[in-house]
Design a protein around this ligand. Structure first.
Ligand code: SAM
Length: 458
């Protein structure tokens, strides 16, 4: 890209038109080809802005006044939600959010000169109240214990009562727990001084089972009147079947510590996904949008074209949710995952669902296991990959394609690394044979999940 000298000065006020929306949900305007990123603006809007920062290649500005608003703007969304980062797309109509996610992939493909089509994003209704897990910070505000959220990239704490994208029942339980903690005068954590007691409240709820788990995360080893607090929680919320106490005494952003104690009820809750049963602990990884996860898995499995005779590899398998779904339709499924506890859970889940006979799970790096399986002469018909945001490595793509599966199904949570990896798959003789399908796993946010099918060139 040619070097540009900023045509605007810091603190300059000017009128601009928004022409695009960045992947971080910032409106984009151009001044003599120089991009300005402006929060809380949408394509088609005209705004008076004040420049807040300039760099060599782009700048930032903030809105002084809206001169023309977009018909896609949701008026009066609770401003707090956007600020906190809970719902950075909350100011955009849902239909337009789905189009934004489709376009984001389309634009990246175009940039990479990949001529591929992208289907409309598979959305959900209503696009709120979908999260089955909440982990909210607890702080003391004006002498009172509050639950809330931190503004994006800051330490500014905002008390909240309606979290918008969480299961409504989870919000009710959170408020009940907050009031019980107030009643017992339990001190909230103070980050600055690293004192106080309650750091976070974590609540999980089974979408089908309706079972609720509450985890009280404290800085201190002891939680005064812990048993009484747990009892009160269960009295007021009879659907809470598990109350746990987790200890995290570190100065860290990581929410849970290593030690968890049972205060009341049982250690885990159960839930089902596509009819399969899963046991979920305080620390377990479990997809947070159950409705869309079922759709995502079903679309991925449909595209894999399983008939019951296939050998399948599920790389990056987590607790085995996709592997077990596929095991119902395949001869044999091999799963690999780097987190040992997740593989322990995957094996338990296989037994629980009577699928241990045709599944094998390994702890380790997907890349090395792919090479090991290849050396053992395993010939997969289908390889499913669901990597973290950084995508696949070159050597994983090499080993996967050298095993010559008929199909590779790629579930991606980051379109940028997906597009990069598709270029390498192309060089290794695999082509995309169906339109890429975005599935909206996280409405009101900028996250883009998608399913892509690759097949070996004839
Ligand atoms: C996007 S999640 C997918 C989880 C699972 N497929 C699901 O749907 O629940 C990616 C998973 O890859 C795992 N992971 C990260 N790096 C890995 C690696 N090098 N080898 C194997 N697994 C890895 C993570 O621990 C995480 O569980």
């Amino acid at each position: 890209m040619a070097k540009i000298n900023a045509p605007v000065r810091n603190k300059e006020e000017l009128e601009v038109e928004i022409i695009d929306l960045s992947y971080q949900a910032m409106g984009v305007a151009k001044v003599d080809n120089y991009p300005l990123f402006i929060a809380d603006t949408l394509p088609g809007e005209k705004v008076m802005v004040k420049v807040t920062k300039t760099t060599k290649n782009f700048g930032y500005a903030r809105v002084l006044a809206y001169l023309k608003k977009s018909p896609d703007r949701v008026e009066n969304p609770k401003q707090k939600y956007m600020q906190t980062g809970i719902a950075p797309l909350g100011h955009l109509k849902y239909e337009a959010q789905l189009q934004f996610k489709q376009k984001l992939i389309q634009d990246l493909l175009k940039k990479a000169h990949l001529d591929l089509s992208v289907d409309q994003t598979l959305g959900m209704e209503p696009p709120y109240g979908y999260r089955n897990k909440a982990q909210v910070p607890v702080r003391q505000v004006r002498g009172q214990l509050e639950i809330g959220f931190f503004k994006q990239n800051s330490h500014d704490f905002l008390p909240l009562e309606n979290f918008m994208i969480q299961d409504k029942r989870i919000d009710e339980v959170l408020l009940a727990v907050r009031d019980i903690l107030r009643f017992y005068r339990t001190p909230a954590y103070n980050e600055e001084h690293h004192n106080g007691v309650i750091r976070h409240i974590l609540v999980r709820r089974g979408y089908y089972s309706k079972e609720v788990m509450v985890v009280l995360v404290t800085r201190t080893k002891d939680l005064r009147q812990a048993k009484e607090i747990a009892q009160k929680i269960q009295e007021q919320c009879p659907d809470v079947v598990s109350v746990l106490h987790n200890i995290n005494d570190k100065k860290t952003n990581v929410i849970l510590g290593q030690e968890t104690r049972l205060l009341a009820g049982k250690e885990t809750i159960t839930d089902t996904l596509n009819g399969l049963s899963f046991e979920i602990g305080a620390q377990s990884f479990y997809q947070v949008n159950p409705v869309q996860t079922e759709k995502l898995y079903n679309e991925a499995i449909k595209r894999a074209g399983l008939t019951g005779n296939e050998t399948v590899i599920d790389a990056y398998c987590g607790i085995g949710t996709i592997s077990l779904n596929m095991a119902k339709h395949a001869k044999k499924v091999y799963g690999v995952e780097i987190v040992p506890q997740a593989i322990k859970d995957a094996k338990e889940n296989a037994k629980r669902n009577y699928l241990a006979h045709n599944t094998e799970f390994e702890v380790g790096d997907a890349e090395s296991w792919m090479a090991k399986w290849q050396a053992q002469g395993i010939k997969p018909d289908v390889i499913m990959v669901d990597p973290p945001r950084k995508g696949l490595t070159e050597s994983l793509i090499e080993s996967a394609t050298q095993m010559a599966p008929r199909k590779i199904v790629y579930i991606s949570c980051n379109p940028a690394t997906l597009v990069r990896d598709l270029q390498q798959f192309k060089d290794c003789g695999y082509e995309v044979t169906q339109p890429i399908l975005p599935v909206d796993q996280f409405p009101q946010t900028t996250h883009v999940e998608s399913v892509t099918v690759l097949e070996r060139k004839k």
